[in-house]
Design a protein around this ligand. Structure first.
Ligand SMILES: Cc1ncc(C[n+]2csc(CCOP(=O)(O)OP(=O)(O)O)c2C)c(N)n1
Ligand SMILES: [Mg+2]
Length: 516
């Protein structure tokens, strides 16, 4: 606890268990608050959102064995979103290992594929070092999740000299050769349609500030890729088509992976040139971009039509959406639903959007100053817990989360957490009574007559939230929506607006890259 406090940790996102009660006990009288969730994955999603919103590590604390396993699915989201998270899990006592101890399992081995590093704490006197190392590693280089398993005997032992707090060496500056930097800047300067594409972490916090400075100086358009739909990220709108026109692409902390269709046509031109600047655990990505920036300053750069083209494509609403925004049809179109939310985002509300088809519509239609999405993991279910963290980080701002009816089921009971901690988030459920993303794929691949298994009931999810003590609204007619959202926000309680929507396929834009 002292080590966590010394590194500025204020919250432990957690779910209790035998093996970690000594840590709970140590929070009594400390400045660290426990936020007790209803599922270990929710605790990690909350820590993930903390990492993404504050650029500081979010810390989750769960119990051994099954608690640890429940947490692991959410680590995948943090890993793919490059979010600094530390997962601390209770663990069977070392003296009992191999004897069939309660909840004994290879926790480190289970966490390894979804973390930057994972280890078992070995000594009580080194616990402070373990915590310091885990927190530093989570934030350094490419941020991501780190796991430490804490054996029960160690947590119950007496520490000799109190935790030692090692000062962490700052991450090494990137070893970019001067020649490589000059060649890169030369390539960009000589390009007719250069583009910068960043990964999730480069699009956030202090790293983003340097990327934005490079883009501003060079007048090169920059796209942040954090959607699991990659080049079909709905928030790119028609800008996705610009990818095919780019002649030089600078990838900053962004792999040429599935999200970029591996850099091949038709997503990119056959003769496009990629420059890939990436980061490992120990290097400072902002320093690498700064090296580019320094050399770029030696030239003069002019604003180009190309940059305007990309920006306009991303900003412009597709033709016909103004009609959808005002359509009186019911069940309402997702664009009609979003039209009632945008005024709140314009007034500073935070947007947390989950995936699924409704999530794609929300991400395409809504523009927010602060936005979290599920991320390249393509996992659904994190929106409600992430919205809770957004409310902790931004208590004075409205927090709106948009999610599908199927998705709501994952962590609906986190509305109980919202009530216990006084976190009045507003969840907008686009209820189409099915797992529409999969239903749409069935239509596309197997035909409309072979849709199977993806139906849901038009359930009154708003009543679940009411039953827990929150505010519920059920909306069927478009004109009822804006007042219902107003009432939900004004209630000052955690709220659910359950909206009957037309389950249409995700939006398409001119130049969208075919999936197969
Ligand atoms: C953890 C996880 N399980 C399954 C999926 C596959 N999946 C993606 S979208 C989706 C349907 C979501 O349904 P809903 O929340 O109702 O949104 P809709 O698509 O209907 O708008 C499913 C099952 C996933 N992405 N992540
Ligand atoms: Mg649905």
């Amino acid at each position: 606890m002292d080590a966590l406090a010394a590194h500025g940790v204020k919250h432990l996102f957690t779910l209790s268990g035998n093996q970690i009660l000594s840590i709970y006990d140590a929070t009594v009288g400390s400045n660290i608050a426990l936020v007790h969730t209803r599922h270990e994955a929710a605790a990690v999603h909350m820590a993930d959102a903390w990492g993404r919103l504050t650029d500081q590590p979010g810390v989750a604390l769960v119990t051994a064995g099954p608690g640890h396993c429940n947490a692991i699915s959410a680590l995948y989201g943090a890993l793919m979103s490059e979010s600094p998270v530390v997962l601390l899990s209770g663990h069977a006592p070392r003296g009992q290992l191999g004897t069939g101890a309660f909840q004994e399992m290879d926790q480190v081995g289970a966490a390894r594929p979804v973390t930057k590093a994972a280890w078992l704490a070995e000594s009580v006197d080194a616990l402070g070092d373990d915590i310091a190392r885990a927190l530093a590693l989570a934030t350094s280089g490419r941020p991501g999740p780190v796991h430490v398993s804490l054996p029960g005997d160690l947590l119950e032992a007496m520490a000799g000299n109190g935790p030692r707090l090692v000062a962490q060496a700052p991450p090494a500056a990137m070893d970019l050769s001067v020649a490589a930097v000059r060649e890169t800047i030369g390539l960009l300067a000589g390009a007719r349609r250069p583009l910068i594409i960043t990964g999730p972490a480069m699009g956030r916090g202090k790293r983003w500030r340097v990327v934005a400075a490079l883009a501003e100086l060079t007048q090169i358009p920059v796209l942040v890729m954090e959607s699991p739909r990659g080049v079909n990220d709905p928030s790119l709108r028609a800008a996705a088509a610009c990818l095919t026109e780019a002649d030089v692409v600078l990838l900053l902390g962004k792999k040429l992976d599935y999200t970029l269709r591996f850099g091949r046509p038709p997503a990119f031109a056959a003769d496009v040139r990629f420059v890939h600047v990436d980061f490992d655990a120990g290097t400072d990505p902002a320093a690498g971009v700064n090296a580019l920036l320094r050399v770029a300053r030696e030239r003069t750069w002019r604003r180009t039509e190309w940059r305007d083209e990309v920006e306009t494509a991303q900003r412009a609403l597709p033709p016909g959406w103004d009609r959808l925004q005002a359509s009186p049809r019911s069940p309402m179109h997702p664009v009609r639903l979003c039209a009632a939310l945008q005024p709140h985002l314009d007034r500073g509300a935070v947007l947390v959007s989950d995936g699924g088809e409704f999530g794609q519509w929300a991400q395409a239609a809504l523009v927010a100053q602060t936005r979290l999405i599920n991320g390249p993991s393509g996992s659904i279910g994190s929106a409600v817990p992430m919205a809770l963290t957004a409310k902790i980080v931004h208590p004075d701002r409205t927090v709106i989360t948009t999610l599908g009816d199927g998705t709501f089921g994952y962590h609906a009971l986190e509305f109980d957490t919202a009530l216990r901690y006084g976190l009045p988030i507003v969840a907008i459920i686009g209820n189409d009574a099915r797992w529409n993303a999969e239903y749409q794929l069935q239509i596309q691949h197997y035909g409309a007559e072979r849709t199977v298994g993806c139906e849901l009931l038009p359930s009154r999810y708003d009543r679940i939230v009411e039953a827990l003590g929150g505010h519920g609204e059920c909306v069927e007619q478009p004109e009822e929506l804006a007042p219902a959202v107003e009432r939900a926000i004004a209630s000052g309680r955690p709220a659910c607006v359950n909206v009957a929507i037309d389950g249409t396929a995700a939006p398409t834009f001119k130049g969208r890259v075919p999936a197969h």
